[in-house]
Write a protein that binds this ligand. Structure first.
Ligand code: 2OX
Length: 460
């Protein structure tokens, strides 16, 4: 017992040291502070999670992309700006927000079944409306006909399912009268500084009320006012790290002295990971030397609920492939949901979650805890590998007419064994072609879904 305690203390200490060494003081231009992958266990967990859920929920769910009889096809959470709604008029929507069918236990259950290991929820989007009853504003759930806190039952339900909770928080705020997009006078600067006290108060309130959340996901950091106040941005990073040691922060937390967003003047991401891949995946299939995350919408460019989905809507296969792509490049993938104004989730999103979840239950071991395998990408799909493991996963999306999958293995490596992940009795014929190249022959095997083949590797 005593030995366990000592081991635990040593682990905590080593963890704290390695963590502290990773976060440095910024240079004079307020560049990035995390210059390599954070080795501590919190960040390790983030990395192993690989698959997350995004939730965009706020007053924009009520309007659903329409205003005064007009439809705005790609405006959900951006409707206020896109439809030119005044702040006074927009604020009135609060009286219609009444999600009587909200059941976060069902949401969390759906998320768990989909296979996500973490969730990011919009506590406050650009509109400024707060899902929790904040002490620092009336523009919150407390002023709606619903009245009750939405966030506490959400956090509890997700954490009960073992899903890590992260809070999205927008720095940009269309409601707070002290917020400024640009600073043109001393008064503007004073107002912006007052707004910043509000931000810090709210973040402290969130951390104090929900102490078990894992981190913040900032957004709306690109306006001139915040760039000009880059020192406040750095102060914010420090503040968050002091509020909760080990907290995980995305790169939208701040800018540098030259006004760079996402990445500093040297191309290094701010925060603990590069979260700038919004509705796109990195195109370069190489081992990226930093942690990153891509977030994706199901319909075209909109994150909140929209009554009408126009244009392409993504299918489960596309989502599975994006997740596999991200894992194979050493990054996380986050899929967005925009709940409806009554608190339910639209049928298409529920079905998608079910399909992706079914696939993850049988193929998830090629995703969770996996990373870039250090191999060249092949046309049939994606290689992944758990760090330090001699097992290689092939996630197959495209079967060639020849039914022969090309493999290029590292020098001095042979394939000791292979099988279908979902059926270890199903093995495939391996043919050596030349050098360290092989064909894996699928033969007559029939597939209706993307599938995973495991290769047991052996050093010569
Ligand atoms: C706007 C201008 C330039 C670059 C990005 C944006 N942007 C970001 N627009 N919307 C966003 C928000 N980020 C996503 C995660 C959603 O919350 C979206 O509203």
């Amino acid at each position: 017992m005593k030995k366990n305690v000592i081991t635990l203390l040593v682990c905590l200490f080593v963890n704290a040291i390695s963590f502290a060494q990773t976060i440095s003081v910024p240079d004079s231009l307020m560049g990035a502070t995390v210059l390599s992958k954070r080795p501590d266990s919190a960040m390790q967990k983030w990395r192993e999670n690989r698959f997350g859920q995004f939730i965009h929920w706020g007053l924009y769910a009520v309007t659903g992309g329409q205003w005064k009889g007009k439809n705005y096809p790609t405006s959900a959470e951006w409707l206020k700006v896109d439809a030119g709604i005044s702040s006074a008029e927009y604020a009135e929507i609060i009286h219609q927000f009444n999600p009587q069918k909200y059941n976060p236990v069902e949401w969390a259950h759906m998320a768990k079944n989909m296979g996500v290991k973490y969730v990011i929820v919009t506590t406050k989007h650009h509109e400024g409306f707060c899902l929790w009853p904040s002490k620092f504003t009336d523009f919150s759930i407390a002023s709606t006909p619903y009245k009750k806190d939405l966030l506490m039952p959400f956090v509890k339900a997700y954490q009960k399912e073992g899903i890590d909770v992260y809070f999205y928080y927008s720095i940009l705020d269309w409601h707070n009268p002290d917020y400024r997009s640009v600073i043109q006078s001393k008064d503007d600067q004073e107002a912006f500084e007052r707004y910043f006290v509000y931000v810090k108060n709210q973040l402290k309130e969130l951390i104090t009320t929900y102490p078990n959340i894992k981190g913040f996901w900032f957004d709306g950091q690109w306006e001139a006012s915040y760039k000009r106040n880059y020192k406040l941005g750095y102060e914010l990073e420090q503040y968050c790290r002091t509020l909760k040691p080990g907290i995980i922060l995305n790169n939208r937390i701040r800018t540098d002295a030259l006004g760079h967003v996402d990445h500093d003047y040297n191309g290094r991401h701010f925060g603990d990971f590069d979260g700038s891949f919004e509705r796109r995946l990195p195109s370069n299939v190489k081992t990226l030397n930093f942690d990153w995350e891509a977030c994706m919408t199901v319909p075209e460019n909109q994150w909140g609920y929209h009554k009408i989905w126009e244009g392409h809507v993504k299918t489960p296969f596309e989502i599975q492939e994006m997740l596999a792509t991200c894992t194979s490049m050493g990054g996380n993938f986050v899929l967005n949901f925009g709940p409806q104004p009554d608190g339910t989730i639209r049928a298409y999103e529920q079905d998608l979650a079910k399909d992706v979840g079914a696939w993850m239950r049988t193929n998830g071991s090629a995703i969770y805890g996996c990373d870039n395998a250090g191999l060249e990408k092949q046309d049939w799909g994606y290689f992944t590998q758990k760090p330090g493991d001699n097992k290689l996963y092939m996630i197959v999306f495209n079967i060639p007419i020849s039914k022969a999958l090309k493999l290029k293995l590292p020098e001095k490596t042979t394939i000791a064994d292979n099988s279908l992940l979902t059926d270890s009795r199903q093995m495939f014929r391996i043919e050596k072609t030349y050098g360290n190249e092989y064909y894996l022959h699928l033969g007559d095997a029939k597939f209706t879904q993307p599938f995973v083949i495991t290769l047991q590797l052996k050093k010569d």
